[in-house]
Design a protein around this ligand. Structure first.
Ligand code: CMP
Length: 139
């Protein structure tokens, strides 16, 4: 089943020149880029994006981090894209991520974990709509 998911290359990935490496990994897994741009979120925008995590101990810190520098936000399309992209990313905590995953290879910290991906179809709809309008996403 063809699906779309929202992916972010986080400020640590952009500042460490990992954009190309991460995109290659996505495309090699048959995840097609159907929208992409570079943005720098304000603290308020980062809080809006991560609102499901409001109240958690890492909320202030992760929203500071996500608004600290540019991110690349993109929409990926493919069969079972949400689950397959999450497998490609690996666990949030890179020390627990499988060998060969993006986070295992590149992350340095549970917070500075290089990439984000939607965790369900409902989340993907919200997250894609948070960053992209209809004209910016390929039909
Ligand atoms: P992400 O998948 O984007 O979702 C929430 C983010 O919060 C997570 O990746 C990490 O960057 C950050 N984070 C920091 N600490 C934690 C934690 N203990 N559990 C989950 N996420 C955390």
């Amino acid at each position: 089943m063809k699906q779309r998911t929202l992916a972010i290359i986080k400020p640590d990935g952009v500042s460490r020149n990992l954009v190309g490496a991460v995109l290659s990994r996505m495309e090699a897994e048959e995840l097609r880029v159907v929208a992409m741009k570079m943005i720098k979120m304000t603290k308020e925008q980062a809080k809006g994006f991560y609102r499901v995590h409001e109240g958690k101990p890492f909320f202030e810190s992760v929203t500071d981090f996500m608004s600290s520098g540019p991110c690349v936000v993109l929409v990926l399309e493919g069969d079972d894209a949400i689950r397959r992209y999450r497998t490609l990313m690996g666990a949030t905590d890179y020390t627990k991520a499988e060998e060969g995953t993006i986070r295992r290879e590149f992350a340095t910290d549970i917070e500075k974990n290089v990439v984000h991906g939607s965790d369900s179809e409902e989340t993907a709809r919200f997250e894609i709509g948070y960053f992209f309008n209809a004209l910016e996403v390929m039909a």
